[in-house]
Ligand binder design. Structure first.
Ligand code: URA
Length: 238
């Protein structure tokens, strides 16, 4: 396949962007600079293509970590509201990418976006126990050791009109009054808000800091995303 097509198909940019990378000498095959966008690469040599010295991932699957901004629906399309699909660059819109799990409209932070359906399925399955870390800003009396202990034991949510729901132990760290960090190993709908509501507090801002090993890169602004490296993908799949 043509080298410009391989790079574009692997999520590194539009065809014209990758042609520019090639022209400026950023792409190598077996250590030799390739500048011709039409240069043909055999399948066996795909692992030997580098961009800026790092091997590219020439597979069909793509993985991105988005810093979800406030005021976006976690969906690829929405008829009325801004959604995370709007934040994807044009050349990725045809790649069948989808968010893994869901953050509420006002929740910000780490959101994994991929087109590897199997991984998505695994990460949202109740069997997946990696930690999701949330920074929570809430209203109401300051949380205390009582809630720390309760959350650590795991407790059952009793909500009007709903079946009781048993929660796994969660790690609550008290920060300043009105702020805490909550680490969950499951992902029930609106779980953080419901846990705090059960204790008479209401969440006023929620930010997901990490999912397992995946966190935002330094300086990554709301709405920005980065492509996961081979290491980041491998750690997530561990
Ligand atoms: N828990 C919530 O209540 N909302 C989120 O967006 C994520 C976790």
């Amino acid at each position: 396949m043509r080298i410009d097509k391989i790079l574009a198909n692997s999520g590194y940019g539009t065809r014209s962007q990758v042609k520019e990378y090639l022209r400026s000498g950023r792409v190598c095959l077996h250590g030799q600079i390739i500048t011709d966008p039409g240069f043909s690469v055999f399948d066996k040599d795909l692992d030997s293509i580098t961009l800026d010295g790092s091997p590219i991932r020439a597979g069909s699957y793509l993985y991105f970590c988005l810093n979800k901004p406030d005021g976006y629906v976690t969906a690829m399309k929405d008829d009325h509201l801004p959604c995370v699909g709007d934040l994807l660059p044009e050349h990725l819109k045809t790649k069948k990418l989808a968010p893994v799990g869901r953050l509420d409209y006002h929740t910000t932070g780490v959101l994994l976006i991929t087109n590897e359906g199997d991984l998505s399925h695994k990460l949202t399955s109740p069997k997946w126990h990696k930690e999701k870390v949330y920074l929570v800003t809430y209203e109401g009396p300051a949380l205390t050791e009582k809630e720390v202990q309760l959350f650590a034991q795991g407790f059952t949510l009793h909500e009007k009109g709903h079946e009781p729901e048993k929660l796994k132990p969660a790690q609550l760290t008290l920060l300043s009054d009105g702020q805490c960090r909550l680490i969950l190993t499951e992902g029930k709908t609106h779980q953080v808000k419901r846990m705090l509501a059960s204790q008479g507090r209401s969440v006023i801002a929620l930010h997901r800091e990490s999912i397992g090993s995946l966190c935002l890169h330094e300086g990554q602004k709301p709405g920005e995303m980065y492509a996961l490296s081979e290491d980041e993908i491998a750690q997530l799949k561990e």
